[in-house]
Design a protein around this ligand. Structure first.
Ligand SMILES: Nc1ncnc2c1ncn2[C@@H]1O[C@H](COP(=O)(O)OP(=O)(O)O)[C@@H](O)[C@H]1O
Ligand SMILES: O=P(O)(O)O[C@H]1O[C@H](CO)[C@@H](O[C@H]2O[C@H](CO)[C@@H](O)[C@H](O)[C@H]2O)[C@H](O)[C@H]1O
Length: 470
């Protein structure tokens, strides 16, 4: 390991943590790339630089607990400029031996240094360390550079029992007594994180469509602040829109009423966000850079997934059609939006109320870009893609089902927003194309078996009538 950028422990000592990091190094090199949330798959891990190390439970007790922010070194992506490495949040438990229920959490056995002979593991699987985090939030603890904060208006009961969610996620979530859910961000960057910023802004507006943050965790490191975790009320018994849609498809049932309700919920969130955060007008210059971004992403995607190449010209025209509108003097309103809206980000409570979650934006995009005001149509395009995804995951595919849902979603949106997104077909198509290109790269990287799903949309978008958005 290279020397520590900053080491924070309650006692202020650095030697023990230096030993800890040296003994973890070989174990993490092997373990990290296997984690679902690790974004650098396909490139070897060549080393680590600690950004902050915080002891939360001393290792001489029955369970030790360390909070780590580690910069992970990897060779750069082919053709990309050199990169200092992504920073990840890890919670490392230390025990003499792991009980069988914690076997899936194993990171490895330490062979040297003060922890020699001990076992280190992913501490979030273990209820005691997970409960330490909740207690720290409840009591607004300060430990080293870690700052646990909470909303004074919301109560957090003591002693809620923790369980790690096992869903495949970009981050990791712990549920406490079916009352709260704590999302721990894995790949973190300094600055304001929209996953906290947007729900807080919506809570201030009194918007009931997004669970209001109850507590959150920051790390202050070298004059920079990282958002590391957000605690929200848990919507007990909720199903997400993706599960529900697949269930209805399997039964041959329509999803039109739910699609309409989702359109209404999206419009409610957009309307509240327009009140809460700045709105701007996009003129020709801004449109130009928006189109350039789409074209660049397409080019990078074609390089990464060559099966896209035959469609490249057709897809480009979906983007350049926006230039023609801008040249005619057309302008667009842009505001803060969800940024990665799809059926999996929509939760329906047992009473039938929809909430939207996960305002992080597309994880692979830079933070500054994710926080920029954007045309509302971008979120709508994400949902239209999602209905199409569900319909093409079904066997046999059900394009008519998607068509009806897409129309109902737009109608529901128009009922609340007073404006039907289908009146903006060129922008809608450009964003749907941009999203489908993103999905091709996402699936090629994470779930190659799913590649045919976005590719069917690529085929449609590259070859069909540009004036038909649904
Ligand atoms: N407030 C909530 N109530 C109930 N379940 C939730 C809540 N927030 C998130 N979830 C569940 O956790 C999963 C992951 O949350 P999400 O914010 O999308 O994390 P990620 O960014 O890791 O994908 C969701 O798909 C949903 O099932
Ligand atoms: O993990 P996140 O929710 O931040 O989002 C990423 O993963 C999603 C897959 O889990 C991916 O969404 C794609 O697949 C969904 C079905 O699993 C489908 O509903 C979406 O429409 C489709 O885009 C998402 O793009 C990615 O950012």
């Amino acid at each position: 390991m290279t020397p520590m950028a900053e080491t924070v422990t309650p006692s202020g000592t650095t030697t023990a943590t230096g030993h800890l990091l040296a003994s973890l190094d070989p174990l993490l090199r092997e373990w990290l790339p296997r984690q679902r949330w690790f974004a650098g798959k396909g490139r070897p891990v060549t080393g680590f630089t600690p950004v902050a190390v915080t002891e939360l439970l001393p290792p001489d007790g029955r369970i030790g607990l360390y909070h780590l922010l580690l910069r992970v070194h990897q060779p750069p992506v082919l053709g990309a400029p050199p990169h200092p490495g992504d920073c990840y949040q890890l919670l490392i438990g230390v025990r003499e031996a792991l009980p069988p229920r914690l076997a899936p959490a194993l990171i490895g056995h330490v062979t040297d240094g003060p922890l020699a002979g001990r076992t280190v593991y992913e501490a979030l699987y273990d209820s005691r360390p997970a409960e330490v985090l909740l207690e720290a939030l409840r009591t607004r603890a300060r430990v080293g550079g870690l700052r646990f904060e909470r909303d004074a208006e919301q109560e957090i009961r003591e002693g809620l029992v923790a369980r790690l969610m096992t869903a495949e996620q970009s981050n990791s979530s712990i549920v406490y007594g079916d009352t709260f859910i704590l999302k721990l961000l894995r790949r973190v960057v300094p600055g304001v994180n929209p996953d906290l910023e947007i729900p807080l802004a919506l809570a201030r507006e009194g918007c009931p469509r997004v669970p209001a943050p109850t507590a959150w965790l920051h790390a202050d490191v070298d004059a920079e602040s990282y958002v590391l975790a957000v605690l929200q009320p848990f919507v007990n018994g909720a199903s997400d829109g993706w599960e529900l849609a697949l269930r209805e498809l399997a039964k041959g049932e329509d999803f039109v009423a739910e699609a309409r309700a989702l359109g209404r919920a999206t419009a409610e969130v957009h309307t509240a966000l327009a009140r809460a955060l700045p709105t701007v007008t996009l003129g020709q210059a801004q449109l130009r850079s928006l189109v350039d971004g789409m074209l660049e992403r397409l080019e990078a995607a074609v390089q990464a997934v060559p099966v896209l190449r035959p469609y490249e010209q057709g897809l480009r025209s979906a983007f350049t059609a926006l230039d023609d509108l801008a040249a005619e003097g057309r302008t667009w309103t842009a505001q803060r939006i969800h940024g990665d809206l799809h059926l999996g980000q929509c939760l329906r409570s047992p009473s039938g109320q929809w909430s939207l979650i996960d305002f992080e934006g597309e994880p692979s995009r830079p933070l500054a870009e994710r926080r920029m005001p954007q045309p509302l149509v971008r979120d709508i395009a994400g949902m239209l893609r999602s209905f199409d995804y569900a319909a093409h995951s079904a066997s046999p595919p059900a394009p008519e089902w998607a068509h009806r849902c897409r129309a109902a979603y737009c109608s529901g949106y128009a009922e609340v927003a007073g404006r039907d997104p289908r009146t903006d077909p060129v922008m809608l198509r450009a964003y749907e194309t941009d999203k489908a290109v993103y999905e091709v790269v996402y699936e090629a990287r994470h779930r190659p078996d799913w590649l045919p799903v976005p590719l069917s949309a690529i085929h449609r978008l590259a070859t069909s009538d540009p004036s038909d958005p649904t």
